[in-house]
Design a protein around this ligand. Structure first.
Ligand SMILES: Nc1ncnc2c1ncn2[C@@H]1O[C@H](COP(=O)(O)OP(=O)(O)OP(=O)(O)O)[C@@H](O)[C@H]1O
Length: 243
């Protein structure tokens, strides 16, 4: 059966490296056009799972479907164009913001027009005066916005975010949350967002996946999940606001 509301589906996914089990029998869905936060203690397997969504890692067993098609049927470049990723410290290359933004185009032998670059910058709340500033001279928050804009250049349907605000000041955190909520709304982008900050997870996620020791222990609508009081939620919320 085809489900148009599902962007990514995991079916009994296991991932092992050198006989070490990193993901164990993970089954679940990420809904199309929604924001799902991925929470759990350090070492739970969140980054490994995220990297499976754009083919950076492959399951040892089990299946992953992207828009109802097995991930293995996608050509790797097409998959990475369709499923973008931003990391905690995505690299800013030497050169101007324009050169950084042009990178995905350059890799495809295409030319980025200045007006296109300005439109993408505006999507992340930076005005045209940033275009010819040196990327590495920008603040951490501004660099992260440029990284997000650079990933958006490919117009991905799915955006994977790995702790992208954990090194930033509260104002930048708030701005980046808002700009991603706007992008989600404007382009209907499906977002999967790893965060250690429980308050952030509650604020931004339509859905939540809770992971522990390589397993998906809870998942569902955030409003419902965070208001229940099972053992997992007790464990991660009583320990403070960071997991
Ligand atoms: N290539 C690898 N070789 C060996 N062990 C690995 C490899 N990749 C991940 N692991 C281990 O798998 C487990 C899960 O790692 P992963 O980075 O996915 O967790 P995480 O939940 O994202 O953690 P964190 O919140 O600290 O980033 C960890 O114990 C890690 O050491």
């Amino acid at each position: 059966m085809i489900h148009n509301d599902i962007a990514i589906e995991f079916k009994k996914v296991c991932y092992e490296v050198n006989d070490l089990s990193i993901l164990n029998n993970v089954s679940g869905v990420f809904y199309n056009g929604k924001i799902t936060t991925l929470v759990g203690p350090s070492g739970a397997g969140k980054t490994s799972l995220l990297k499976m969504c754009n083919g950076l890692h492959s399951p040892t067993s089990g299946d992953i479907y992207i828009f109802n098609k097995p991930i293995t049927t996608y050509e790797p470049t097409a998959l990475r164009t369709n499923v973008g990723i931003v990391l905690q410290s995505s690299p800013i290359i030497r050169g101007t913001v324009f050169e950084n933004l042009a990178l995905p185009f350059k890799l495809k032998n295409k030319t980025l027009l200045e007006k296109e670059a300005i439109a993408f910058l505006e999507d992340v709340g930076l005005d045209r005066t940033f275009l010819y500033r040196q990327g590495r001279d920008l603040s951490g928050g501004q660099q992260q916005k440029v990284s997000i804009a650079r990933t958006l250049m490919n117009q991905p349907n799915i955006l994977l975010l790995d702790e992208i605000t954990s090194a930033l000041d509260p104002t930048s955190v708030q701005e980046i949350e808002q700009l991603l909520l706007n992008i989600n709304k404007k382009y209907k982008t499906t977002i999967i967002w790893i965060t250690h900050n429980i308050e952030q997870a509650k604020r931004i996620g339509d859905y939540t996946w809770m992971m522990m020791e390589g397993q998906l222990v809870e998942s569902g609508e955030s409003k419902r999940l965070w208001s229940t009081s099972n053992d997992f939620i007790q464990t991660i919320t009583l320990g403070g606001q960071e997991v």
